[in-house]
Design a protein around this ligand. Structure first.
Ligand code: FAD
Length: 484
């Protein structure tokens, strides 16, 4: 038990007293004993505090605790609790660091939450092949700390220090995706425990080639599967060389339109920008307060350029010409690494900066992504509608990918506000679909975007997804109630 609490305290956020009690299933008599017999008594808990810590993520979705929590013993999961769950048809909910924003770990039908954070070894590093194999408890920051002296790094960087297998499960990305791609581009192979207990290596055991045309893309199927198809127990990831030189800058604009037009023009001019992030005036103000920055309170771009010193000069000059043509102030440079870290830490903490605007409220993040040419239109309109809505919210986005978030604050006990926030988010999702985009660029579907997924992929797309799910998980045990 002590071991479970240690995991829960170390890896997951504390329960914040917003808990649903009514939807869980009841475990049959003897189930917990059978589970303990398989995974070991100290690795199973039914204590309320442990269950509640595992029944929510960072989203506004109400905490729905599992009936039991099973912690995979260190460094070898085997099939943690699989036999009793399968035998008695008990749902299985995988959890990483619990940083998701779509309610992906809520135990909507009860069941057993499987926590893999004790499996935290980097089991293989192949620097000459630019690849690494990690267990599911390894987080993105832990991996980059481990790589510090190798000349390599892993660039996918959601704001939170998420587990890399959780990031694979949600198809995560972050500020570097415009240059280095998302998890979809950086996962080479996955080890997965399938719902029937078999172990699958999605690209074949031990394979780590940069590309493959061998049959169906099973790795691609499991990236973004949100725990609904199997439990990811190891990931082989692609690494990148640390750039020779890096410079970052911020620049403020007279309007949202000018900032987004600059983004589109920089990309169309083929400037190989490494990061290009948009923050609206409200977000900039929140970040100034929360992270003690001193930026103008105006629509702003945070940019970063990677390359040789000579290449950087050219990139910066071209980008600077474009932003000035759009009426921006000059770049404010962050050349020293400490200054750059401060800037990007502030960007990564944008979620918490917005939450601090109305203490006690929960955050709801929209996550639309559109083709880059449609970005100015949707962003400008969203800003206008947010102002008119009377809701509290701010806009931040990985605009280089056409992806942005409207982070809305909601008092979970205020049913009217909750309903208005959900309506705003749904309408924004539909607007993105109408512009040939998607309702989620990186957070996934989880609980809240299932209707939008139906509209996005259409009846045949949905039916195909259901058939895949039924083939791999005929009993519907894996993370029920999510995605489909
Ligand atoms: C401040 C903040 C900023 C963020 N910024 C970004 C961002 O920029 N980009 C972005 O993409 N996301 C962002 N996120 C969301 C979050 O970081 C990602 O969704 C991340 O990938 C979640 O990883 P996790 O380990 O916390 O997963 P969890 O929240 O634990 O789980 C998420 C889903 O994955 C499943 N899952 C977890 N581990 C496994 C496994 N081993 N096998 C199978 N399924 C599994 C779960 O069942 C659940 O459905 C942010 C979140 C916060 C709080």
């Amino acid at each position: 038990m002590a071991c479970l609490l240690r995991v829960a305290r170390g890896g997951l956020s504390p329960w914040r007293g917003y808990c649903s009690k009514g939807t869980q299933g009841a475990l049959s008599e003897g189930f917990v004993e059978a589970l303990k017999a398989v995974v070991g008594s100290p690795h199973v808990s039914t204590a309320a505090v442990v269950r509640e810590q595992h029944g929510h993520d960072e989203s506004m979705h109400r905490c729905q605790p599992p009936d039991a929590v099973s912690v995979a013993p260190e460094h070898r999961p085997g099939q943690p609790g699989w036999q009793p769950c399968n035998g008695q048809r008990v749902p299985i909910i995988p959890i990483g660091t619990g940083n998701g924003l779509e309610g992906g770990v809520c135990a909507t039908q009860g069941g057993v939450c499987i926590n893999l954070t004790h499996m935290d070894r980097i089991t293989e590093l192949n620097p000459e092949d630019f690849s690494v194999v990690v267990e599911p408890g390894v987080t993105r920051k832990a991996l980059n700390t481990h790589l510090r002296d190798s000349g390599l790094w892993f660039p996918v960087d959601p704001g939170a220090d998420a587990s890399l297998c959780g990031m694979a499960a949600t198809g995560a990305s972050g500020t570097n995706a415009v240059r280095y791609g998302t998890m979809r581009d950086n996962v080479l192979n996955l080890e997965v425990v399938l719902p029937d207990g078999r172990l699958l290596h999605t690209a074949g055991r031990g394979r780590r080639s940069r590309k493959s045309a061998a049959g169906y893309d099973l790795t691609g199927l499991f990236v973004g599967s949100e725990g609904t198809l199997g439990l990811i127990t190891a990931a082989t990831l692609r690494l990148h060389p640390v750039p020779e030189a890096t410079v970052a800058a911020t620049c403020a604009f007279p309007s949202v339109q000018a900032a987004v037009d600059s983004t589109v023009q920089i990309l169309q001019a083929a400037v190989p920008v490494a990061r290009i992030e948009f923050l609206d005036d409200i977000m900039m103000d929140a970040c100034n307060r929360y992270s003690k920055l001193n930026c103008s309170v105006a629509p702003t771009l945070f940019l970063e350029f990677h390359g040789s010193k000579q290449a950087l000069e050219e990139q910066v000059q071209r980008a600077e010409e474009i932003v000035q043509l759009n009426g921006a102030s000059h770049f404010s440079w962050a050349k020293e690494s400490e200054e750059r870290s401060r800037l990007w830490a502030a960007r990564h903490n944008a979620w918490y900066a917005v939450l601090a605007l109305r203490p006690g409220c929960k955050g709801y993040s929209t996550d639309v992504c559109v083709p880059i040419s449609r970005l100015p239109e949707i962003l400008v309109r969203t800003k206008e509608e947010l102002k008119a809505s009377g809701l509290t919210g701010a806009i931040v986005g990985h605009v280089g990918d056409g992806n942005f978030h409207c982070i809305l604050l909601v008092d979970p006990e205020d049913a009217d506000e909750l309903q208005r926030v959900e309506a705003f988010a749904e309408e924004l999702g539909r607007r993105a679909l109408a512009l040939h985009g998607t309702c989620t660029g990186e957070h996934g579907i989880g609980l809240g975007k299932r209707q939008l997924l139906r509209e996005e992929v259409g009846p045949v797309g949905l039916e195909t997804m259901r058939q895949l799910k039924a083939t791999l998980d005929p009993r519907g045990l894996m993370n029920p109630g999510k995605v489909l």
